[in-house]
Design a protein around this ligand. Sequence first.
Ligand code: NDP
Length: 320
Amino acid sequence: MTEHIKCLIIGSGPAGYTAAIYAGRANLSPVLYQGIQAGGQLTQTTEIENFPGFPQGIDANQLMSDMQEQAARFGADIRDGEVTKISLGSKPYKVTIDDEKDVTADSIIIATGAKAKYLGLPDEEKYKGMGVSGCATCDGFFYRKKTVAVVGGGDTACEDALYLSKICKKVYLLVRKNYLRASEIMQKRVKEDENIEILFEHNVSGIFGNGAVEGINVVKRKGESNESNYQIAVDGLFLAIGHKPATDIFDGQLVLDNNGFIVTAANSQSVVSSSTKQAIDGVFAAGDVCDPVYRQAIVAAGSGCKAALEAEKYLLMQAK
Ligand code: NDP
């Protein structure tokens, strides 16, 4: 018989676990599927210094396992498994786990997160956490008084460069085109910052270093007759070339923005709408999957709380 779940939570970052803590305490018997990477994006980083409540910082993996334990303490059923298919066309909603197990759900909290995009260089994986990062606000502090490079020409890259400029000795901003795509105000700030050197028409072609990043190979005017190759010594390489939200399974069912992030209703920030713009009863989104702007663990945790409160309200109304 198909298992029926009252409150299904998809994803195991700060949003998913916080939703599970609240849903557990509200006796919603939440079931949480952790996805491929239990603990989400934060498990890719080392220490978290900006999560309130930890004056000395906390190991990111520790924080996530503490959140998981806290959710389990209130009765959340936390399971391995990835949601591979979902049908939000009629109630109860139908969900397939790992292409083999089907469940139905009365309410669903989508907290599948987003991932920083990487360039796809062979050495990126090798140096992840050893000089290569997709999150300046998470890892920037470790590059205090050092030289770093940021790749990208959008608002995130400019924000990251400005953030790092306050901490680091020098910041190179590598932009593949001959202009920045960021908003005017961000462009102005970056251009006026003496600590930031913008290198237009530059691409990173490789990373080198003995164990940790010591520098990057760059190509100036890639593909053109006056193309040139050289090396820049840097201690850190920050990628700010966009984020990819994990929303492939919702495509065509939910309203997504141009970058694939779930669009939530302005008045609730967790209610999601179908592609016909009708709110979908009992389906909510939380965390980075619906946040193209802030992408912080604390914000994700807060939105997980909101989504669980919305789910509780919804389930209460259904029971009446
Ligand atoms: P964007 O998609 O706006 O910019 C990505 C940048 O990365 C572009 O300059 C792009 O170059 C470059 N890029 C992409 N792929 C590569 C690659 N393989 N090699 C080199 N460069 C590459 O992403 P953002 O994350 O900056 O912004 C996403 C959205 O979030 C935007 O709408 C932005 O305005 C918004 N945002 C808002 C903020 C705020 O309001 N405070 C803060 C941060 C983001 P190219 O231009 O050549 O395509």
